[in-house]
Design a protein around this ligand. Structure first.
Ligand code: AMP
Length: 616
């Protein structure tokens, strides 16, 4: 996947780095890349081992921090220092999770509305720190396998993750030394792994059914023109293969009596139940021994005990369809994700519900990471048929009169995106127009980030307000913004390319958003003042021009009162008082409107007599 590229600007050769796809899962995580020879996505694994890295971290006293398979063994022997399911805590406060935190054996800090922290010994870890440790391990293992430094990644998140959770995932990547080029939705990645959306002409509705160890999600997506849109999501963050295991344990406990502690039985039998479940995915009868007794479960009995759990997922599918406003037969494809979709009963029931054959040929554990690798490959520029799944992180706009920000593409617009608006000149005979492009959420451009500036020149001389300058913003699939300015009457045109995200760190984006929220009130006041000033200045200019032209037709009293009102308006402008400016603007308007109308009427009458109307 590494390739040589020529930088057009400098003519220099650059060695491009590898970009990996990462599925950062609740239970397991894994890394995938596009194989340099086969050009197909592959999950990375050491010889003879699984590609799955358990999302588990152990904080040992002497041995230090271990992550993955080495840490998993401590879940039983050292639960207080072994952290699992950190993903469930991402972007959450203690209040969000307190009802479900009892199932966690480690210590969560009870700090109501503050973001969750986990205490291990004397040290506090945020979910971002914990996820960063997992990502660091994934990076290390990937570098070991492919013998190439890994610094760039695409990471997947559940479709229902909010901004804070996505941001937390990005931050975790950064802490782990990864430049996170994209955060993409897990169902989108899974669809990509089946090749959906790679053909830009394709329009499809896809249901992604994801049943893992501890969570269930159903997402209904639509793809059109290479853009994925999530129509609806549903599910249960506490439903998965673990519940199948528990149902099997209950089945055994109800059919057998064992001596000793019930809790110990559950723990040992849980492992045997998982073994049984997996075995029954391709066999009819599972037998094992416990406390000298033979225990068994047939496929039929297994299916009977897990059926009510699968039915709950089907109820979620119904709700997701309802929320998307779709009927079953409007879904074109069903993609299966997560280890628990290997259970034949799950496949049967999902297929029966949607009345359709399923897409289940890609390994359900790897499908999300493989899709992330495909997205990474697209970003690396190796797939020319571009597809874009991203949104603009900040609003993009232009500077207008008085230094105001006029937003053309609001934050979170889907890319590719296009917007245009018409502007005009404010001075007679103005031949050029400065076009300054800004990024940010504040009302005044001085508080935002300037991306580019250029002049549209050669506008033919026309009175103020006559030229029609259409400015359009187009963010293409590469995330590059092309700004085009065209004077529609004369056809004069100019354009410029800008890279909106270039050089902006995630902290910058976050800071800009926080600033905009913090200064919302003062920004609004300043915007109102600036608008009032602009209107007043324009009124002063046109009145001045009108007086000069029509001096003869005005009475002395009219000229005097107008001049006094103009002076008062100018004074209010100098005082920077919005209310006063508005009052004085109205007063000047009230004084000048009657004679302006009278002079206009006279001009019309003249014209009726065959004279042409002169410009007023
Ligand atoms: P995931 O969260 O996607 O990694 O899925 C993990 C879940 O899949 C666990 O509950 C596993 O027990 C379950 N699982 C893995 N392999 C199989 C299999 N062959 N049959 C049934 N369930 C499986």
């Amino acid at each position: 996947m590494a390739k040589i590229a020529i930088n057009i600007a400098t003519g220099s050769l650059q060695q491009e780095e590898i970009i990996v796809g990462i599925d950062l899962g609740t239970t397991n995580s894994l890394v995938a890349i596009i194989h340099p020879e086969s050009k197909k996505p592959v999950a990375l694994k050491e010889h003879n081992s699984s590609s799955l890295v358990p999302s588990v971290i152990h904080f040992g006293k002497n041995a230090g921090i271990t992550v993955g398979n080495d840490a998993k063994q401590y879940l039983v022997s050292d639960p207080a220092n072994t952290i699992f399911s950190a993903k469930r805590l991402m972007g959450k406060t203690y209040n969000d999770i307190k009802n479900n935190s009892t199932s966690l054996a480690y210590k969560i800090i009870d700090d109501e509305n503050k973001l969750v922290k986990v205490q291990v010994g004397d040290i506090f870890y945020s979910p971002v720190d914990l996820s960063a440790l997992i990502l660091k391990e994934l990076k290390k293992q990937a570098e070991h396998i492919i013998k190439t430094p890994v610094t760039k990644a695409v990471i997947t998140v559940p479709a229902y993750f909010n901004d804070a959770q996505r941001q937390a995932t990005r931050d975790a990547g950064k802490l782990a030394g990864l430049d996170v080029l994209r955060i993409i939705n897990e169902p989108t990645a899974a669809s990509l792994a089946y090749g959906f959306g790679l053909n830009k002409a394709e329009t499809k509705t896809i249901a992604v059914y994801d049943l893992g160890g501890g969570t269930f999600d159903i997402s209904i997506l639509n793809i059109a023109g290479g853009v994925f849109e999530v129509f609806s999501t549903n599910g249960d963050t506490y439903l998965g293969g673990d519940d199948f295991d528990a149902a099997v344990v209950d089945y055994w406990l109800s059919a057998n009596t064992f001596t000793g502690e019930a809790l110990t039985h559950r723990q040992v039998l849980r492992l045997k139940a998982e073994e049984a479940k997996k075995y029954l995915s391709s066999n009819e009868l599972f037998k094992t021994e416990y406390e000298g007794k033979e225990i068994s479960i047939s496929r039929e009995s297994f299916e009977a005990v897990v059926k009510p759990i699968v039915e709950r997922t089907i109820a979620s599918c119904k709700n997701a369809l309802k929320d998307a406003g779709l009927k079953k037969n409007e879904v074109d494809e069903i993609v299966m994700v997560g280890g628990s979709t290997r259970v034949p009963l799950v496949k049967e029931m999902v297929s029966a519900f949607f009345e359709k054959k399923l897409n289940d040929t890609v390994d359900p554990d790897e499908v999300v990471a493989l899709g992330a690798a495909i997205q990474a490959d697209i970003l690396a520029g190796n797939t020319t048929d571009m597809l874009l799944l991203d949104i603009t992180p900040l609003s993009l706009g232009l500077e207008t009169m008085g230094g105001l920000m006029d937003v053309l593409l609001p934050r979170n617009s889907k890319i590719p995106a296009r917007a245009s608006r018409q502007y005009t000149t404010y001075k007679d005979g103005q031949s050029g127009m400065k076009i300054a492009v800004y990024q940010g959420e504040r009302d005044m451009v001085k508080d935002n980030r300037r991306l580019a500036e250029f002049n549209l020149t050669g506008i033919p001389g026309m009175p103020a307000g006559m030229p029609k300058v259409e400015i359009s913003f187009l963010i293409n699939a590469d995330g590059i913004l092309v700004v085009n300015a065209k004077e529609l009457r004369s056809g004069v045109e100019q354009s410029i390319e800008v890279k909106p995200q270039y050089g902006l760190t995630d902290e910058d984006v976050e800071k800009m958003l926080l600033d905009s929220m913090e200064h919302a009130k003062e920004d609004m006041d300043l915007r109102a003042l600036t608008e009032a000033k602009t209107e007043a200045e324009q009124l002063l200019q046109t009145t001045e021009k009108f007086l000069q032209k029509n001096f003869e037709s005005l009475t002395k009293a009219e000229v005097t009162t107008t001049s006094l009102a103009m002076q008062a308006l100018q004074l209010s402008l100098d005082m920077n008082d919005k209310n006063l400016i508005q009052t004085k603007t109205e007063e000047l308007n009230d004084i000048s409107s009657p004679y302006a109308e009278r002079i206009m009427d006279e001009a019309v009458q003249k014209a009726m007599k065959g004279n042409k109307i002169d410009s007023l």
